[in-house]
Design a protein. Structure first.
Length: 80
């Protein structure tokens, strides 16, 4: 999860604390709406566990960073 937080922070220009808060909010939102088996896989990916799931972690972190990029302006970060 730290990699995702760093990417969100870098891409949005917000502090790592605000990026952590944003990531936790989004992940909580997603996990509440996903079937429990998928919610567990989200945790596995972010923790870097589990063969092919872990190898997908970088791509997922990239995609999540892209999706969260718009939060920078909302949270006081740099605006494009």
């Amino acid at each position: 999860m730290d990699e995702l937080i760093q990417q969100v922070s870098q891409r949005t220009g917000i502090s790592e604390d605000k990026a952590r808060e944003a990531v936790q909010t989004v992940l909580g939102f997603l996990k509440e709406r996903l079937p429990s088996s998928l919610a567990g896989q989200v945790d596995s990916v972010l923790d870097g566990a589990g063969g092919t799931i872990a190898s997908a972690g970088g791509a997922i972190a990239d995609q999540a960073g892209d999706m969260l990029g718009g939060l920078g302006g909302m949270l006081g970060g740099k605006k494009d």
